[in-house]
Design a binder for this molecule. Structure first.
Ligand SMILES: [Zn+2]
Length: 109
């Protein structure tokens, strides 16, 4: 099987299932299929020490989002608003789209 198939994509709303942001909902800002990880807006904030620069000679602490493993997040269905698993359905032309296992609505338009 080809690597890099995530159940979520950029722009999806997701629920965090574990970690310090457990139970929070956010939007996927980027998917990293090769790492099986997803970056979610405002989630999993880590503090990173910034190296001193000419502008900030003393350095500092920068806050940034760290990617979460795809298995720790669940897609929120845009139709029924529930966290759900997805199934892949083929539509005309052999194209595969994701659909919600709870309400059956297509997630991809
Ligand atoms: Zn649904």
């Amino acid at each position: 099987m080809a690597s890099g198939k995530l159940h979520v994509r950029k722009g999806d709303r997701v629920l965090v299932l574990s970690g310090k942001d457990k139970g929070k909902k956010g939007k996927v800002v980027s998917a990293l299929p090769e790492k099986n990880k997803v970056l979610i807006e405002g989630m999993n904030i880590i503090k990173k020490h910034a190296k001193p620069t000419q502008k900030v000679p003393q350095g500092g602490i920068r806050e940034m989002e760290a990617p979460l493993h795809a298995s720790n997040i669940m897609l929120i269905c845009p139709s029924c608003q529930l966290p759900t698993r997805i199934s892949h359905k083929s539509i005309t032309g052999g194209k595969k789209v994701r659909s919600c296992k709870k309400c059956g609505e297509f997630i991809d338009k």
